[in-house]
Design a protein around this ligand. Structure first.
Ligand code: NAD
Length: 260
């Protein structure tokens, strides 16, 4: 029987990260969850992973904005499970402003969380993966890792950057059974997106359906939000043997957005 693998998923207390944690748990992996919410707020989700999938799940409140937070998360995972087989760098934030007004602290926070955190976690785990001859690193980039939109300078820079990191580490690890890939979602239906809709509808004098189609999904040709379950399905596939020759890729899961 195959031994149980362990996956660390940053920013997995909500949205895409939680969806991926669920998908990997359903495929039989132990899960290290992470997020900035207090542990008691995440306890129900953590417990559900265990009861729904019969695996072990733990939660780390480490702040991935800092190298110390990244080290804390990896240390907890290794102390608890002995090794890390799958690393999903997912935690991310957004801020929107013209570049001339973009606050320096928001730039730095986005670069720290959306890009540098993946460098620190990758640096900490890739050596062990190479030694053991198996590993999967999955970076959640964005369609904004492939194309830009105005007013998102920090986010677009960080997401383009994480694709560069993905390709570089993929080349370094390629002969050791370790794949490194980026998933590039378009708009995904998460609580974060859902919550914006009533206010935007009010502000623009539109119906909620018009906001979804003509504002949020303006660039997404399918006119459909992707789901967190779809992101999870791609992550599970990338962890499978069938995907062992896929490395260094940036996979758009964006309803055709980047085909424009
Ligand atoms: P979300 O806001 O629902 O979840 C963000 C997660 O990150 C939460 O678990 C939160 O606790 C965690 N987090 C925030 N700050 C943190 C910190 N300092 N340290 C550790 N964890 C922290 O967001 P989401 O929509 O699920 O987005 C997840 C990822 O997917 C992000 O990298 C985002 O850029 C990317 N993405 C999202 C979409 C979309 O449409 N939702 C599209 C493309 C890419």
């Amino acid at each position: 029987m195959n031994e149980t693998k362990t996956a660390v998923v940053t920013g997995s207390s909500s949205g895409i990260g939680l969806g991926i944690a669920n998908g990997l748990a359903a495929s039989g992996m132990n899960i290290v969850m992470n997020g900035i919410e207090a542990p008691e707020e995440v306890e129900q989700a953590r417990k559900s992973l265990e009861t729904d999938h019969g695996i072990k799940a733990i939660y780390s409140h480490a702040n991935m904005m800092t190298p110390e937070g990244a080290a804390e998360l990896i240390a907890l995972a290794e102390e608890t499970f002995g090794k890390i087989d799958v690393l999903v760098n997912n935690a991310g934030i957004q801020f929107v402003s013209p570049v001339e007004d973009f606050p320096d602290d928001k730039w730095q926070a986005i670069i720290n969380l959306n890009l540098s955190a993946a460098f620190y976690t990758t640096k900490a785990v890739v050596g062990g993966m190479k030694e053991r001859g198996w590993g999967r690193i999955i970076n959640i980039a964005s369609a904004h890792g492939l194309v830009a939109s105005p007013f998102k300078s920090a986010y677009v820079a960080a997401k383009h950057g994480i694709i560069g990191l993905t390709k570089t580490v993929a080349l370094e690890a390629a002969e050791h059974g370790v794949t490194v890939n980026a998933i590039c979602p378009g708009y995904v239906w998460t609580p974060l997106v859902e919550k914006q809709i009533p206010d935007t509808a009010k502000a623009r004098g539109m119906t909620e359906e018009q906001v979804k189609r003509d504002v949020l999904l303006a660039a997404q040709p399918t006119k459909q939000f992707a789901t967190v379950e779809e992101m999870a399905a791609v992550a599970v596939f990338l962890c499978s043997d069938g995907a062992k020759s896929i490395t260094g890729s940036a996979l758009p899961v964006d309803g055709g957005w980047t085909a424009h």
